[in-house]
Design a protein around this ligand. Structure first.
Ligand code: PMT
Length: 219
């Protein structure tokens, strides 16, 4: 039984990796499994929220009661987010969005020729910063996947992207973070921080959502 802390709220979550096409058969991506974002969607739905889950390609079942929109690339994820962002109360960016995409996607399969090859990449739009720049904006929560100087980089993202809150995970710790069943988060907001020690992702999702509700109501 979950207390209905989010009854009447609309919440959008991004989850999973994005895939950036190289040619019709290849792409660049990352190790996100979607487990953290799906746990947030499941927990938020159980707390009574109307949840929209914008998901990169993952092998997970859609949590009960959740509206899921499937995308592949960062640009498609941005488009799906913007199409539905207007009346959202809370936005959580948990997806591992590719920072770069291939400058020119080849129309046909690239054939091997020389010993080395280079791919030119261009920056992708930042979905989280785009949402946070809106006026009015939903209560906007980012994630930060770091391997060192976790607090410095997380606080920098909090300021630079104009977020209300950021949940940092140290993805260098074996057994936590990308594609693991457990995670640990250090959550930062303007005037404070809280550690959520290592546990399963659904428990963490419930803890993070409780923090979000607390700070959304008392900024
Ligand atoms: O999916 P799992 O296997 O369960 O793993 C969970 C996780 C490790 C992927 C998750 O906990 C996590 O850290 N997600 C964010 C990963 C990430 O891309 O972090 P980042 O520090 O590169 O990005 C910072 C924030 O900006 C994130 O909220 C990200 O969604 C957002 N972003 C980044 C780039 C971009 N172009 N658009 C974005 O919205």
């Amino acid at each position: 039984f979950a207390p209905k802390l989010l009854a009447g709220s609309k919440l959008m979550i991004t989850a999973g990796p994005t895939r950036e096409a190289i040619d019709p058969v290849r792409y660049i991506s990352n190790h996100s499994s979607g487990k953290m974002g799906y746990a947030l969607a499941q927990a938020a739905s159980a707390m009574g929220a109307e949840v929209t889950l914008v998901s990169g390609p993952v092998n997970l079942a859609t949590p009960a009661g959740v509206k899921r929109i499937n995308v592949e690339s960062a640009q498609q994820m941005l488009d799906a987010v913007l199409a539905d962002i207007n009346d959202q109360d809370i936005f959580i960016g948990c997806a591992a969005v590719a920072d770069y995409r291939i400058a020119e996607v080849a129309e046909g399969k690239i054939k091997k020729s020389s010993e080395t090859m280079s791919l030119a990449l261009v920056r992708n739009p930042d979905i989280l910063a785009t949402v946070a720049a809106r006026n009015p904006k939903p209560f906007t929560v980012g994630f930060a996947a770091e391997t060192h100087e976790v607090e410095t980089y997380a606080r920098d993202k909090l300021q630079r992207k104009n977020l209300d809150m950021i949940a940092a995970n140290d993805v260098s710790i074996p057994g936590l973070g990308f594609n693991a069943d457990q995670n640990a988060l250090r959550v930062f907001w303007q005037s404070g921080a809280e550690d959520l020690p290592a546990t399963d992702k659904l428990t963490l999702a419930n803890q993070l959502l409780s923090l979000i509700v607390k700070h959304k109501n008392n900024p």
